[in-house]
Design a protein around this ligand. Sequence first.
Ligand SMILES: O=P(O)(O)OC[C@H]1O[C@](O)(CO)[C@@H](O)[C@@H]1O
Length: 544
Amino acid sequence: MGRKAAFAQLESHKDRVAKTTMRAMFASDPQRFSRFSAAHGDMLLDYSKNRIDAEALAALFAFARQVELEPRRDAMFRGEHLNETEDRAVLHTALRHQGDGAVMADGADVMPGVREVLGRMRSFVTAVRDGTIAGTGGAFADIVNIGIGGSDLGPVMATLALAPYTRPDLRCHYVSNVDGAHLADTLKGLDPARTLFIVASKTFTTDETMTNANSARAWLAGALGDAAVGDHFAAVSTNLAACDAFGIKADRIFGFWDWVGGRYSVWSAIGLPVALAVGFDVFEAFLRGAAGMDRHFRETPLEQNLPVILGLLGVWYRNAWGFATHAVLPYDQRLSRLPAYLQQLDMESNGKGVTLAGKPVGWATGPVIWGEPGTNGQHAFYQLIHQGTEVIPCDFLVAAIPHESLPPHHDKLLANVLAQSEALMLGKTEDEAIAELKGTGLDKGRIKALAPHKVFPGNRPSNTLMYRQLDPETLGALVALYEHKVFVQGTIWNVNSYDQWGVELGKQLAKALLPKVMGEASAGDHDSSTQGLLRHLHGLRARG
Ligand SMILES: O=P(O)(O)OC[C@H]1O[C@](O)(CO)[C@@H](O)[C@@H]1O
C-alpha cells in the first residue's frame, strides 16, 4: 500500500470515529485512560482525550511500519545522510550520547570531537563562573548571546526553563533581531567591562547576527578600546575561520559540525550560554535527559513509544481530520518560550511541499504550531479553542512538583490544566446549559436565548504530558521528545525535515532591496506594491 492509500484508509477510520464522541467513549470504557496512556520514567503521556479508538490507532502504527519508521530511525542514529538535499547526516543525538561508545558519521567516530568541545566548554564555563576568566573590569556579570533561529531559540527557552538553577550575579541576555532596538535595549545599563558577548551562528554569515555582532563590538570598543575586544567575546560556530577573522581568540571559539541542524543544536556548543547560566553539571543533566529519551525512542515498541504516539496523533489530525494548527500549552511559566522554540523545530522541519524525491506531496504536511503558557492563555484565546469553529488539538504540559514552595499556586495550576482538558473533552450540552440557567432565576425566554451561547461542543482533543518536576533531565527529555515527534511526522509525510530552503528567497530579496531602502539604487525593477512602499518610506524619511 502506498502513502496515498494509507491516508485514504485513515480517512475511513475517521468516518467511523466521527460517529461517536470522546464523552461516549469514556462512558463506555472505564479502561480508556490506561489503554491510551504511556510513560517514559516519571513522564506520563495521557492521550486518552483524543478522537481515537483502538482500530484507528492500529492503522496509524501500521502506517508507521509501512513507511519503515524503525529502519529509518536506526539509519539516523547510524549517521546515514538523511538530509539528502544538503548531503548530510542528522546526528544531533550524538551530542548527548552517553558513555564511551562510538557514533559514526562518514566513516569516522564523531565522539572524540564532541567530547573535546564539551571538555573545553566545561573549563570555560567553570572559569567564567568562578571569575578566573573575567572581563577587563572584573568577573563577568552579564552574558549577551547574539544569534538567531536555532542559535537563539533553544538557549533562550532552556535558560528560562532552568531559571531555578541560575545565579543572580550572572545574567544571560539574548539578542536576535536585526531591529536595533533589540541590541540597544539589551545593552542599556550593562557595564561593558563586565559583559561577555557570545556570537552564535552555525554559518557565521547570518546577516542579523553579524550586524548585531559588529554593533556589539563597536559598543564595547567604544567604551574600552579595541584591545579589550578579545577579552569580551566568544564564538560558537561550524565556521571556525570566520570566527577567527572576526577577531575571536582561538581558545574562545567553540565548534560544532554540519551534521547538527541549527534547530537541533541546543545540545552543542550553541548551549554555551545555558551552561554559563546554570553551570556545566546542570547542562550535562539536560543532555542526559535527552539521551534517555533517545533510548526510549530507539528501544520502546511503537505502541508505547511517546514520540511515535505524539507524531502519529498529529498525522491523524492533520491528514484525516484536516486540522491545520496545533497548540502547545505549557502549564509551566518557565516553558513560556517552548512554543516559540517548537515553532522553529516543527515548522522549519516539516513545513515542506515536496517529497524527498522532489515531487509535490499529495497530502497536508506540517501544522501551524502555536501556544502560550496556561493559565494566561485561558484568559486570552481559549474561548476560540472551546467554542470557535476550528478544532485545535492541544498539548498540555505540567509538572507535579513546583520548584517554589508557594501554596496554593501549584495546586491551582494543576486544577486548571485538568479542568481544561476535561472541559474540552466533555463540552456542555444544551440540556446541561439550560439546567444550569434554570437555577439562576432568569425567565424562560432569556434562558432560551442564552442557552446556545453557553453550549460547548466538546469532543475537542488534547494530550497531557505530566512530569515530576521541570528539572534539567526532564527538560532534555521533553525537547528530545518533540524532536523525535518531528522525525516521525517527517517520515510519514516523506519530506526532508532537515533542510530549510524556504527561508532563502526572503534573504535574497532583502539583500537586493537594501540599496533601494538606503536610496542608493532605483527600485524600478520591483512590483508596484514594493515600489509604492519604498516611495512612502522615502517620503516619510524626507519629512523626518
Ligand atoms: O546559526 P546560523 O547559521 O546563524 O543560522 C540561524 C538560523 O537561520 C536559519 O538558517 C534560517 O534562516 C535557521 O535554520 C538557523 O537556525
